[in-house]
Design a protein around this ligand. Sequence first.
Ligand code: SF4
Length: 895
Amino acid sequence: MMNKSRSITEIFDEAKDFGLVITSDAPLATALNRSVDKPRLGLLAMTPRQLALKFGTLYFNKLYSKSELILEITRHSGKSLKYVHQSIEKILEIWNHTGLLESCELFLTQEKDFLKYLEKYKTVEYAMEKFDEKFYGDLKIAVAGYELFNELDKQVLPKIRAFPHKIELMKVEELKFNKTFLFNSTKDLINSVTALITPENQNETALIFNTDSELKDLLKSSLSKKGIKLEIKTYLKEDISVSNYLSFIESSFNVSDHLLKDIFFTESMFGINLDRKYSDFNLNSYILNYNENKILKSIFGLMKEIERLTFFELYNKLESISNKNFSKPLKDVLVNTELGDKKINPERLNTLIYFIINIEIEIDRLNEGVLFVNAGSSAFVDRQITVFIGLDESWTKLSPDKAYVDKSAEEKKNLEKFQILLSQGNEKIYFAQNIRNNTPVIPCYYFNILTGKNIKNFEDIFFSPVTAIHESPVKIPDSDFRHDLKSGPPVQIVYISPTSLNSFFKCPKKYSYEKLIKPTEKNYFLKGTLLHCFAEFYFNHPEYAKSNFDNLLDLIMEEFSGFVNEINSDAERSEFKVGMYVIMDFLDSLKNKIEYEFAKRKKDKIAENNFLFKKTKLEKKYLNTEKWLKAPYSCIIGKIDLTSGRTIVDYKSSRSGKSSEMLIKEFNLSRIKKDKADDANFQTISYITGKREDVPDSEINFIYLYLLLNFNEYIKGTAESGNSQTEVVYIPETFKRFIISPAFYDKLGHDIKSDLTLGEYRKIILDVFDEINFYDLSSLIEKLETRIHNFMIYEKNIQYKKFGKKKENTFRNDIIQPLLKSINSARKGSADFPFIYKDDADNFLKYVREIIDEINTFNVSDFPNRPVNDLRSVCQKCDYLNICPGNKLLTADEQ
Ligand code: SF4
């Protein structure tokens, strides 16, 4: 059973008449002292450490803090800071468990050399061990929560006089959860906590959570933005100017390899703006080509000469460039560690970072506002309103397997502290998350121990869970998601592009995110764009492009320079070169088949979005490239890379390609539903459906040119022209009409045709057409094989031997089935039958209209979280998972 602890008032009632109450729980001591309502000499309650500090400063010259001790030992022992720090942490841990410095020796190896320093540089632990109970005089003493004391704490308790009165902290009363709010996302959780806290209740509220988690920063920012004050311990390592100072040095060591995004931290440091569009650009070329800012240039200069500066010199220069004061405690650390006057190098930086990160130096604490409480190390919390956030496995404190640790006693202590913590506050609110970082959250293990149940998640009835989705307008600061999804008047759409269709199909919510969030320039997108530019340019000026190939390649590389560094430069250049060769070969092969559309108007001669025309000062001659397709009947909009008469060309710059069968399969909605797939792609069918409005009742050829598919062959010189293409063809007839047409019959090269005329073949097919699933070969065999066999053998009296066969079985397998396989290929698509039919396009058109209606409905309400086929995998791969509160990681189908 999970028990309640006694309230602070109940404990105070028992403690108030004592001269001194000793407790190891500092917040309890503070709360008891705060409860005192009569004048008295000295504090009512103190912790063993507070007592030892008081005792030690009277009896010893000086008590050293932990960081002072570590620095002294580092100086005198000649050992590294890291080694000294780890050794001292180990010694202090053992000392706390054993209570005696000399007994630490039993559990130490080389670290025992440091024990002498702990006698020399006295710390509060030393004062605890040497505590003299005469210090108490004749005070009447009580001990609150003796079970929570460690062995060193116990050293301050009287040993000669009678043992103090014990005050119990727990009572026999069950602690129950009335309601636990469950959130699907951190954003909702943060928003809900923020919405709860007001300036009026901030001094009454404590937030209890794992303060070592990301929640700390999120809560800090969100509450600060609302103007809420925070009572929170802040350490030097959390000071933004300190982390900026360290990041600045760290980034400077290999500045030539950096991308722009690696120095985004300098924006807040120096008040400059860096364009997110160029995030993945090489820093050097961004500064050379894209940003004129003088401050940025001087920062870059400073980074390049970092190893010529001392830590103090850099500190001063950064203060002067940013016009801001840096952290004073950082300067103290530079003095204390004696690094300030030394030249910066990676080893010294590591020492500094180690010191700042590992040796906790508290720098600030406001004495009002919301109290942040660390769930892993706290028990009593003196606040009326307590918000418990998380309650997950990170709240479980693991006792180490060490010879000096009494594991079962430690676990007992941890369980008691856990119950005390959950009992805190008059008004308790429990918040938990179902999933975090894409994985289900497991509740703290103590719940299992205390209830004797196997509690796997927060849906367990023990928590009395309720699902919460917060709709507050407060946003999580620093989130990438900076748009209000419901702002602005609803937009009604009449056209849709294949890309939008693909997104909407994947998930309507994903589509809505894509409409609202500006993408950053990505390496692969820019590469594709540049190769498209070349293709358009070459189409218009092939001779110029051939004789200026290297110049054009240089221009392209320059444009791509944001993504180029010394290591990848040659490889990138080769890729562009191959892509350009493939384009040239392809367009040369097409030259005599193109119906050129001449650009006549001045504005048509300007290639707005193609830098190669601008750089070479040449004009567009033809309208065939980068041509907008706007098909009002089909509601399709999009840009076609190259079109001529009944041909569409699309360039793809990835290293992989797709077969005709794959291209035809990927828009087959019934296949996607049946296979519970998520790999739909509507580009091919969209452009074909749209294009047929221009060329009704005609075949349309859609050619995909995979520019880098045969990269290795091109490099080796073994590539064959035509190998980089895949073609699909639109047949302006329904599938049914087509497979009984002379055109299809003529294409069949099978022996059987000599004895099965077109009319006979057609009749057999039509008799059972509606009963066949043409995508499924076994369905074709089941419905047609015997029919054809019986017709030929029994009705036409043809002998097997006419086909060189002796048995029925081989006649069926070798003569009839190849015909059925061809029909099956004609339906599924293959290199011989790469066909899309009129009814495919008609069905797609209906689907597009339904989608547009749906989008317009959602535009006035909201877009649902509806991953295709309810697949969890869609959410897992989704770029917006982290900002999507309704993602389906817990509820969708696992796949
Ligand atoms: S995370 Fe899932 S529900 Fe959310 S937008 Fe992406 S696919 Fe849709």
